[in-house]
Design a protein around this ligand. Structure first.
Ligand code: ADP
Length: 257
């Protein structure tokens, strides 16, 4: 479903953030990507929906070539890809429901969403999405009144309301405390299992990667340096990906190594 073939991403300033990346992700997989800050994790996610310039090789999503794709093709592709962000990206001054309905924007005529006249079916999808992350009791609360963990669950519900085939989560727990991080990771794993949505999660924390990942992809300086089952990964592998010994900062719990 997602296929990188010798793909490069070089940013306009000339910095090559991904180099010669080849990988295939099948429908329904849960993949965790690890690497130091600046390794290219976020660039790799954004290559999937064409938000960064793919300058060599190819990236195909459901058979559609992303490199050089037209705006209309990218719009269609993006409507099937839900994004989850480190900083949640909610509109704080409006309700949880309105935030989740934003996930329906691509599916609803523009005038309706601008007037806030959402079809009942879309509201129903939004409520179901909130139920799935167990936060439906906050439906009519202003987003600004939620804790970080609750905001991230709304962020996940918004992505689910898109009814996506692919979920891309860019450091979804980097701003959360350890307990909340586990809750959010469990939500993502449950959604992947229950709905079969292909899920790719960028993570900085190795203990979370170990607990929730199945397949691990390691990036170092824009190159793919590991791709395999997480059960086969040991500290030596992580050292290879990070290019240095592990430190407590690499763990969400900040535990002793
Ligand atoms: P990660 O998610 O692993 O922290 P990123 O994909 O965000 O890494 O960034 C990889 C590299 O690309 C970094 O060195 C970063 O500074 C650079 N980079 C990211 N976005 C841009 C951009 N829009 N223009 C130029 N360089 C960028």
């Amino acid at each position: 479903m997602i296929e990188f073939e010798n793909a490069d991403v070089t940013y306009p300033g000339g910095f090559r953030a991904l180099h010669n990346v080849s990988l295939t992700i099948e429908q329904g997989e849960l993949v965790v990507i690890v690497g130091l800050s600046g390794a290219g994790k976020s660039t790799l996610l954004r290559a999937i929906n064409g938000f960064v310039p793919i300058t060599a090789g190819s990236v195909r999503v459901n058979g559609t070539e992303v490199r050089g794709a037209r705006e209309s093709t990218l719009r269609e592709l993006r409507s099937g890809v839900g994004m989850i962000f480190q900083t949640f990206n909610l509109v704080h001054r409006t309700s949880v429901l309105n935030n989740v309905l934003m996930g329906r924007l691509a599916k609803v005529p523009r005038w309706r969403s601008m007037l806030g006249v959402w079809p009942a079916a879309d509201k129903e999808i939004a409520i179901q999405s909130l139920e799935r992350v167990e936060i439906v009791e906050k439906t009519y609360i202003r987003a600004s009144n939620l804790s970080g963990g609750q905001q991230q669950r709304v962020g996940i519900a918004r992505a689910l309301a898109q009814q996506p085939q692919i979920l891309l989560a860019d450091e979804p727990v980097a701003s959360l405390d350890p307990v909340t991080s586990h809750t959010v990771m469990r939500d993502l794993r449950r959604i992947n299992r229950d709905l079969g949505i292909t899920t790719i999660i960028n993570l900085h924390f190795l203990d979370l990667a170990r607990s929730y990942g199945k397949r691990l992809i390691g990036l170092r300086d824009g190159e793919l340096v590991y791709d395999g089952d997480i059960a086969d990964v040991d500290d030596e592998t992580f050292r290879g990906i990070y290019g240095r010994a592990l430190t407590p900062d690499d763990l969400k719990e900040g535990a002793e190594l």
